[in-house]
Design a protein around this ligand. Structure first.
Ligand code: KG4
Ligand code: ZN
Length: 334
């Protein structure tokens, strides 16, 4: 039996993760160790603390992933790792672990782009058909990515300032909610009505780019002004209004891009893909159309190594391997 087994590692931010993926689509194991509790009191990810946790966790997590999948190094086809973008110190832990194991066991090494991973998380639940369009929404990225075929990524629009997740986290922080704020805002939004009049940045008529800093500032100013006037702030309504503005812009541009590029599938990817409002509105938009909408389950939206293994499988089939001098690259292009 000639099955393809890839051990994948992800350490680009604040989750240490290892997974074993069979034939690019079947998850044999996907172990994720989150550090969120250690970063919470600082209101964001502290790079130095992240690196330290990765060092402590990485060997254990890899062993756990291998044992849960019931595989040994002899069974593996390749070792894959997120090479960027991300925190450089954090990336280096995963990259060095992967290099050491690949060298020691004479296995091919595959460096994977973190966002390619988020996109290919969708392959773990559904067969991809091209051309397709992915709405990537995470803490560091907001992009519309067009794909003509496997491994070809064309960014047709991206944020000019804040990423969606970043805007969520900053708004949450101003309201006084813990890090990461996205899920808290999402929850509040469902308890309120979008009664505040907040801006939507459409930019140029033909542009698929985004901008969320104006919206973020509008929310923060509204909060400050109401506080100063001694008025009661309806945080549920404010969260609902913020979320409505974000979702309106994201979905309108995604729909336009889907029509212009005439894609067969629309995929959702990245940590903000866990947003309940966004998921529901996307379903409403593409239900009963000829476009197939794919939305990953929550555990595959946030950072994990299974998605890195899925993306690595494409590179494995295409023979795109990395040299043993692979380095972590915090600014890696898709
Ligand atoms: O992809 P991810 O796990 O890490 C990055 O690569 O950035 O995304 C993390 C981001 C955080 O900003 C977090 O607040 C946001 O995803 N997020 C959400 C939700 N769940 C996580 N944002 C909005 N609604 C959610 N339910
Ligand atoms: Zn991510």
């Amino acid at each position: 039996e000639n099955k393809e087994l890839i051990l994948a590692i992800e350490t680009s931010c604040d989750e240490t993760s290892a997974a074993v993926i069979k034939d690019g689509k079947e998850i044999l194991s996907n172990i994720v160790s989150s550090q969120i509790e250690s970063h919470k009191r600082f209101g964001g990810v502290v790079p130095e603390i992240a690196s330290r946790h990765h060092v402590e966790q990485i060997t254990l997590i890899i062993e756990e992933a291998m044992s849960e999948a019931e595989v040994t190094f002899k069974d593996l086809s390749a070792i894959a790792v997120t090479e960027g973008p991300g925190l450089v110190g954090a990336l280096l832990i995963g990259v060095n672990a992967a290099k050491a194991m690949a060298f020691a066991h004479n296995l091919p090494l595959i460096g994977v782009h973190h966002i390619a991973g988020h996109i290919y998380a969708n392959q773990l639940i559904h067969k991809l058909e091209f051309p397709l369009l992915t709405l990537v929404v995470s803490g560091g990225h907001t992009e519309l990515v067009y794909m003509e075929s496997d491994g070809s990524f064309e960014i047709i629009g991206e944020t000019r300032d804040d990423a969606v997740g970043e805007a969520y986290d900053k708004v949450a922080r101003t309201i006084g909610l813990p890090y990461p704020g996205g899920p808290h805002i999402d929850k509040l939004a469902h308890e309120g009505e979008p009664s505040y009049d907040l801006p939507r940045a459409w930019l140029e008529p033909e542009s698929f780019d985004f901008s969320f800093s104006g919206l973020k500032s509008a929310v923060i100013n509204t909060l400050h002004n109401q506080k100063q006037r001694g008025e009661e702030i309806n945080t549920q309504d404010l969260a609902a209004s913020f979320q409505a503005s974000v979702i309106d812009v994201l979905i309108t541009k995604t729909k336009k891009a889907q029509e212009k590029y005439n894609v067969k599938q629309v995929l959702l990817a990245g940590g903000v893909a866990a947003n309940k409002g966004l998921r529901a509105e996307l379903k409403r938009t593409f239900d009963h159309t000829k476009v197939e909408l794919i939305i990953p389950p929550l555990n595959l939206c946030t950072d994990n190594a299974a998605m890195i293994g899925a993306a690595a499988s494409i590179k494995y089939k295409q023979g795109k391997f990395s040299a043993y001098d692979l380095n972590g690259n915090p600014g890696l292009d898709l």
